[in-house]
Design a binder for this molecule. Structure first.
Ligand code: 3NM
Ligand code: MG
Length: 537
């Protein structure tokens, strides 16, 4: 009988001086075992066979003491001589089927894979688990064949999930490459294939070398990472479980209204920070909008102060309008600070897809951390979909029609499909703006047709939606989708009211009236108990 294996914290050893230093391998591994690693792979690419077997036996004894399985990298002969639990095979090592013949049915055999075809071969050959990588570039193994990132690993998980054969359902997975305490929660949050038919598929564990082996205290490092794996990331703890939205239309509208009234009051009463990292053109207007809706604006592009600001409990907007290398480095610092504090982040991928520099900037930002909400127009959201690893059949169809830029390529149901799919994949909220805004959290999807065409004729209306939504999600973190819907309604109904005024003759007079009406809407709801009318949801 094959043992049940816990792959959750998988230690891969390294005997090089750069990682082990002058310390003894067995002592370092024992510390990691004390800290809670759940499986160990002895990986030594240079030592002689006799030494490998001797050290392997010592490791086997200490792993036994902690009831943790020991595997040997590459060397089936050493595994047999040591009498340990199995092997891990790279693409250049012995084939899985050959190793299985030598080791028999009960030993554990793992295989390194970095593509769907390698995964298919390894599973069909009888691998028990896949080590999928390389996730992130790492100093530990500089000659890795391909760095596939979150998207590449997700592709393989989706593939395994889509195969009916039991072998594919049962195979376990770990990811490897650059995993450490600062990114493990984000990785586990993002490596998630939301299945419609059964338990969502995610990796069964993370494989780690340097973050444990090179740590000055390997026991403490293992314990810390184990705790991080076991607890939800900070940006998720503030999120209640989602319930499917099954109410009837009129009830649903009532519920949206009551959520909106609640959220407007929450922003009014708490004055959450809306921290904008945005372009020069809209800074002034964004600060005015933030004040009008009841938030406190901070317009700081300095990543160095983001961790202090993140502790104030507000929301962050990353506006990609000025995507210089310098700006991007500041953005990354801020994203990491807000992710760590759990504060919501809105990504506004301005012009994403327009130039190759902006495509790269979007990829850089999306690899930097988790965004609670991504908002953009159609072209921007399509680029988000591509960056998230989608090949959208719809997009090809639309491009073949050759529609002019500016005109919508998609029907509302198609937009709903796109935002729903991205939100499910990124596990966040996605908003596609337009004459009708379409928003989804992967479960619930709404189309909102409030607003006015003047919004499309002034500078910064898109950017200041981000300003608004960051504040709303900070004030109502329990349900980020409904917080965002409330923010959109506040913004767009404010625009409608402004456009209706007699003193508004066009986009120029619209701007100050809009700021007034954003303010008036909030004070009406929060101080005069006015309701919300004219929803087009
Ligand atoms: N295999 P660290 S990456 C041993 O991609 C190994 O197959 C890899 O080290 C692969 O946790 C890697 O220090 C090294 O980044 C991972
Ligand atoms: Mg190998």
């Amino acid at each position: 009988m094959k043992p049940q294996v816990d792959y959750s914290l998988y230690l891969v050893t390294d005997s090089t001086e750069a990682i082990l230093g002058k310390r003894g391998l067995v002592q370092v591994v024992e510390k990691a075992l004390k800290g809670g690693v759940t499986i160990v792979q002895y990986r030594d690419k240079t030592s002689d066979t006799g030494y490998l077997i001797q050290t392997g036996k010592e490791l086997r004894e200490v792993c036994r003491k902690y009831k943790v399985p020991l595997l040997i990298n590459d060397r089936v002969d050493v595994a047999l001589a040591v009498g340990c639990d199995g092997v891990h095979l790279g693409q250049d090592d012995m084939q899985v089927a050959a190793a299985r013949k030598l080791l028999g049915p009960d030993k554990i055999i793992g295989a390194t894979v970095s593509s769907i075809s390698e995964a298919e071969i390894a599973v069909n050959a009888g691998a028990d688990y896949l080590g999928i990588g390389t996730l992130y570039a790492t100093q530990t193994k500089k000659d890795t064949k391909s760095i596939i990132g979150i998207n590449g690993i997700r592709e393989i998980l989706y593939y395994l999930d889509s195969q009916k054969d039991r072998l594919f359902q049962d195979v376990k997975t770990v990811c490897i490459g650059g995993v450490n305490a600062s990114n493990v929660q984000l990785i586990l949050h993002q490596l998630f294939a939301p299945s419609t038919s059964h338990q969502p598929r995610t990796v069964d564990g993370v494989a780690i070398v340097s973050a444990i082996m090179a740590a000055s205290d390997p026991e403490e490092a293992s314990r810390t990472i184990k705790q991080l794996i076991a607890s939800p990331p900070p940006f998720k703890t503030k999120c209640t479980t989602r319930q499917a939205w099954q109410a009837k239309d009129s009830e649903e509208l009532e519920s949206i209204i009551s959520h909106t009234l609640d959220a407007v009051k929450a922003v009014h009463n708490t004055g959450p920070l809306s921290h904008n990292m945005t372009n020069l053109v809209v800074q002034h207007f964004a600060a005015s909008v933030a004040l009008a809706i009841g938030a406190s604006p901070i317009m700081s592009n300095n990543g160095a102060e983001a961790s202090d600001l993140a502790k104030l409990g507000g929301g962050l907007v990353i506006n990609m309008g000025t995507a210089t290398p310098d700006a991007l480095a500041n953005h990354r610092k801020a994203i990491q600070a807000y992710n760590a504090a759990g504060g919501p982040i809105v990504l506004d991928p301005v012009g994403a897809g327009a130039t190759s520099a902006r495509k790269d900037a979007l990829a850089f930002l999306m690899a930097s951390g988790y965004f609670d909400l991504i908002k953009g127009n159609e072209a921007e959201i399509l680029q988000v979909a591509r960056t998230s690893g989608f090949k959208l059949a719809l997009e090809n169809a639309a491009q073949q029609r050759g529609v002019d830029s500016g005109a919508s390529l998609f029907t509302i149901p198609q937009k709903a499909y796109i935002v729903h799919r991205i939100a499910r994949r990124e596990r966040n909220v996605v908003l596609m703006t337009g004459a009708t805004d379409v928003i989804s959290d992967g479960d619930r999807t709404y189309a909102i047709s409030n607003g006015h065409r003047y919004l499309g004729m002034i500078t910064g209306s898109g950017c200041t939606v981000g300003t608004t939504l960051a504040a709303y999600m900070a004030a109502k973190p329990q349900d980020k989708l409904m917080a965002a819907v409330a923010g959109i309604l506040h913004y767009e109904i404010g625009a409608e009211r402004a456009a209706r005024r007699d003193d508004v003759k066009g986009p120029g007079t619209f701007v100050p009236a809009f700021v007034d009406e954003l303010f008036g809407f909030r004070v009406g709801v929060a101080e005069k108990s006015e309701g919300v009318e004219g929803l087009k949801v």
